[in-house]
Ligand binder design. Structure first.
Ligand code: ATP
Length: 431
């Protein structure tokens, strides 16, 4: 399997992911997505949104604010409960998350560790001009609470009946103790979260359903069988709000690690917020004529972790006719660049002019690249390395027969296609 350094250096060199504020020495565990990274990330989020909101009649979308009333986090249990235990090494002074340690010694220098201390992961800031505790607010550590506090609003405007869900994609912030492993654990990241509300009696059924559904989603977009597995949480691991939880794990270079968690949150959040805010966060059941507080199933995935997993999963380095070929075999919906236009003879103005016209004709619906700055072998290698699906080459003959050569990334097969049918040919394969 590819190691993280190789992926991180490809990401930097080709413009997927940069360290944040790099020219100032970088800011710990925050990342910027470059021209290709933003395409991959947007494609991923669009696929999630499509499968949640567009393909289903029972799910609506939401985009809530990052800053919320501080009472939200007291009521949700995050102020008291969203903590990790940290330990320091008495010798090398490095800091670790207690629950991630395999033994009770420093994993780096084997030194003695301090007693574990609880550390709240939420970032705090101040609202208004005065930095006082009265103006203290938190950057949300999960997007879910925005959905719970809007439960009534969404129910009223959508007139949904149980079971139904609310989907949201957005930034979350956690002041993580141990970081590293590239963008796997960042302090600022994006989550794709669904809160699926059902009758309490049906919630276990829906829990199983969503575990399976989310597992299949990753496979549908190319995660290989051998790279993905499910792991059920032990009782001692469960978050303060969860009755049961499964992790979808991916085989990252540092070992099996969480890609997405599917939690059965029961009625914990709606009940807590109902009690505290006095708002009625229940659902009126027409059949029984009773108010019920639905139970909620929450598939919660990290966009950044999924980007990393899809990159690792897609990477391969192979030898083709004695030369190294690095390919990112990303699913066609995820690939950041769908097609690249490559003129074979850049010193022939007619060929270049023709190629540019083809490039202009293809642009608009997805990202198309144009490159004439190297030999054709090199140009192909550049496009393979970023996962471009189709390379279109234009030669002298193209000027007379009005045909171009289209090369498929995965099979490397080449086909001669008439310019008139090119757009249809590419559209049919990339959309
Ligand atoms: P971990 O145990 O790895 O810290 P978690 O169990 O606290 O993760 P959840 O609270 O279940 O994570 O968050 C749901 C999802 O959000 C995770 O599966 C992951 O994909 C993503 N996520 C959580 N924390 C981070 C982070 N610091 N950086 C990037 N993604 C994260």
């Amino acid at each position: 399997m590819v190691d993280l350094n190789t992926i991180a250096s490809l990401c930097k060199r080709r413009g997927f992911i940069f360290q944040s504020s790099e020219i100032y020495g970088g800011l710990g565990s925050t990342w910027d997505y470059g021209p290709l990274g933003v395409e991959l990330k947007n494609n991923l989020k669009a696929l999630w949104w499509k499968s949640m909101v567009y393909e289903r009649p029972d799910i609506e979308g939401l985009d809530a604010a990052i800053l919320m009333h501080p009472e939200v986090w007291r009521t949700s249990g995050h102020v008291t409960g969203f903590k990790d235990l940290l330990v320091d090494c008495k010798s090398c002074k490095k800091r670790f998350r207690y629950d991630l340690l395999k033994e009770k010694k420093c994993p780096e220098c084997k030194g003695e560790l301090t007693e574990p201390r609880a550390f709240n992961l939420m970032f705090k800031t101040f609202m208004g001009p005065v930095e006082s505790s009265a103006g203290e607010v938190y950057l949300r550590p999960e997007t879910a609470q925005g959905i719970f506090v809007n439960f009534k609003n969404i129910l009223a405007c959508s007139r949904k009946k149980l079971p139904f869900g609310v989907a949201q994609i957005g930034k979350a912030f956690r002041n993580e103790i141990t970081t590293g492993n590239f963008n796997f654990r960042s302090r600022e990241f994006e989550q794709m979260e669904l809160e699926y509300f059902s009758h309490p009696d049906e919630s276990d059924k829906w829990f199983k359903y969503w575990v399976n559904e989310r597992f299949l989603w990753y496979k549908k977009y190319g995660i290989k069988e051998e790279n993905i597995r499910l792991r059920e949480h032990g009782k001692e691991e469960l978050a303060h709000y969860a009755k049961s939880c499964y992790d979808i794990e991916f085989l990252f270079p540092m070992g099996w690690s969480e890609l997405e968690g599917i939690a059965h949150r029961t009625d914990f959040d709606l009940k807590q917020h109902s009690n505290k805010s006095k708002a009625n966060l229940s659902f009126f059941d027409e059949e029984t004529k009773k108010d019920i507080i639905p139970h909620v199933i929450e598939p919660s995935g990290g966009v950044d972790r999924a980007v990393l997993a899809f990159l690792i999963n897609a990477y391969s380095a192979e030898k083709v006719r004695g030369e190294k070929r690095v390919v990112l075999a990303l699913n066609r919906n995820l690939a950041p660049v769908k097609a690249a236009v490559l003129p074979l003879l850049k010193n022939k103005p007619e060929v270049v002019g023709f190629a540019k016209k083809i490039y202009e004709g293809l642009r608009g619906d997805y990202k198309v690249a144009y490159d004439d700055t190297a030999s054709i072998g090199r140009l192909y290698r550049r496009q393979d390395e970023i996962g471009t699906l189709y390379c279109i080459t234009i030669d002298v003959e193209s000027l007379t027969d009005k045909k171009v050569t289209v090369r498929d990334r995965d099979t490397m097969k080449q086909e001669r296609i008439s310019v008139d049918s090119l757009k249809g040919y590419i559209n049919a394969r990339v959309k």
